[in-house]
Design a protein around this ligand. Sequence first.
Ligand code: ADP
Length: 416
Amino acid sequence: MLMNVLVLNSGSSTLKFQLIATDLEQIQNNQDKRLCRGMVERIGGEVIVTVTVGDQPRRVFSEPIANLPGAVEFIVRWLSSDESGIAEVRHAGDIHAAGHRVVHGGEKFSESVVINDEVLRDIENCIDLAPLHNPNNVKCIRAVERILGSKLPQVAVFDTAFHHRIPEHAHLYALPYHLYRRHHIRRYGFHGTSHRFVSYRYRVLAKKTREDTNIITLHLGNGCSAAAIQKGYPVDTSMGMTPLEGLVMGTRSGDVDAAVVNLIATKEGLSTAEVESLLNTQSGLLGISGLTNDMRVLQQELKEHEDRRVRLAIEIFAYRAKKYIGAYLAAMGGADAVVFTGGIGENSADIRGRICEGLQWFGLKVDPAKNAESVGKEERITTADSKVHAFVIPTDEELLISRDTVRCILGEPHPS
Ligand code: ADP
């Protein structure tokens, strides 16, 4: 029987949601049905709700919603109302399960799980590791329980889970070891659901087995991360203890010398928490360009006129990504493909081209025409004689969350 799964992905002031109808057969045939997708933004302020039902035009409206539980309540009410017009959902009881994107699963969670009291406690125990994210996930889980009842099965899908097998030599920092023991300070990695989804799609496209999947995945969106995938699982990834480490992102610096924290704090009269916030919210593309975190706007600017800082922001972004490809090639002893995903990776031929420029030495030859025409769709963008291929594969974290939800509830293993 098809299950209507409500997928919730909560940020501090936004709540993204999708309603996906699926079951084991639909998953097998890649025919899951997306009934609705939407987003509640600026929760607590001038709330904006955006929803798209099936293929219908997007609807945008404003609603007084005070907090995250209020947003969940609104979504459930709206989905089951006549106004939404979703034939499959006539009343709240037609929502059969909820799947939550949970940011931090710590060292505990290596895969998605059905939520019970113990799981919820363990997610709460990870709050120290993700103080900005996990509390919102917990609020959403509790809100669903209150609104749809404790019998409704709920599943947690962790951003960190796919990276769980990364070996010690790649996940430990060269810090005094007791800090790892006492505070669990290590690399966890994030965007795991996205890296996992595109690895699975790569296997389908390239007709490979999991065992035979040796690739580098680049998730380039507002947040950016790279993963080295060997025999189907990550052996390294660029985000660390938090999502701050690694690639240059929209507003995050990625890698910096840790000594700059104290220097900035001293010179600018900031607390270390304020410096951390500066590295997370005022750096990256925004910080270098002084203009915006939006790659599309930066590229448009550069097309219209020369602006040194805009050019530098784009160059530093592409250079860092290329450097990680090189590092992971060395770590893995070579790879069969590089996979681009995320808003920038899926849509920007220019950035993909810049990152792949000069990688011919190890056999990756981009076909400029294929690269240019590949926007937001699954495609190989390298020449047929390329030894190492590059693919564009749009990510779909919500789809994977809905599939894991069904599989966990039915007690099926997770093949993708
Ligand atoms: P999030 O990480 O918030 O989910 P996305 O994956 O949607 O973000 O990626 C957002 C980024 O993708 C923005 O920097 C945006 O400018 C960029 N982007 C989207 N479309 C294009 C495009 N056609 N060209 C360049 N960048 C694009």
